[in-house]
Design a binder for this molecule. Sequence first.
Ligand SMILES: [Zn+2]
Ligand SMILES: [Zn+2]
Length: 377
Amino acid sequence: MMDDVGSIFPTLLPVDSKFKIYEGFINVKEDTFHVRIELPAGYQPGVSTLDGTILDGDHRLSLLLADCVDVISQRLSLSNTLSAFLVEFKHIVEHCLATSNTASEQALALPPKFFSKIVEEIGVIGWERLTFVDPSFSSLQLSAQDDAQRTHPITVHLHSNYPISAPRCTVDLPVAFDLRWSSKGGCLQEVYDQFTQALKLYQDFWNLMDEIDSNVWVLEPEKPNRSALLRRIAISSTASVQIEVDPVKPRSLPIMQLLGAAQAVAPLKEHLNRNLDQWDLYQSILDNLTVLLGVEFPSKATTKEEELFVACGICYTYRLNNATPVEACAYERCKQPFHQLCLYEWLRTLSTSRVSYNVIFGTCPYCSQPISVKTAS
Ligand SMILES: [Zn+2]
Ligand SMILES: [Zn+2]
């Protein structure tokens, strides 16, 4: 007995004389898929179920039905004719097609008008300033040059109802960038203009920071970005000064902290405290620091990196989880630098060490002279 498969899928045909194997194409909605169905050996239409049927589809159909495998095998075990199963199978495929379409439509929910508007607005700014755009045009990156020819990127994230809702901007500025956006909407040119205006505010800050970065050895941050207010500058292999600069008033006295071996730091501190009033608002940060600390900073031109970047005497590395060796043995003939954590862990294991308040006292692993470190950083 042959099933009435033809009324459901006219192009799915039996390919063997026993009507056990069907192969061909099925049309669901606007789509066509290749299918091969092999019925179980003992199957008798209307008597036994289709449990054990092998159902193969083309790659696209397999992907589409990937989440419905259980439903399909359940339907097979409940159907006792192929046509009954195919009616249900068609519904399953229709359902899967409908849900996968909504998913892909959501990804491309932006109307064509949106694209043409963005393309036009980029044209106004200049395509040469566009450095990146994602395929859906929902985020794009523009670059601007400041007065000193430094390049600054701005990434603009556009909402689907742009320009009604303001775009979200990602920038590398020392102070938050607050985009002003009219309730009637705006355009990319306005974003770009506000960004280039903001760049003007920090020219002096960047000039001063660039002078530091290009002339002396900055220990931290390793690669300062344009928003970084901190710099730790090497004074010697055992001492450094960390400054935090006000980006709005970059020539004012920065927050300063001296780090390193007690012996090296003590005279610097004294010099600094005596000369704090020497800070001159008309001089650069670097020149002021030189005066206040009474030191000549080792310059990039004359000092080799390895003279300043001395590895920790315990773990033998310079950077350890972003920490650099800021502790050092105070004994003049040793001066061995250590990471705060390494030295703390080392002293903690020594039975001769003692703790007082939050300082642990012990001996230097190099020269056995007294050394101490704070227990909490
Ligand atoms: Zn270490
Ligand atoms: Zn030592």
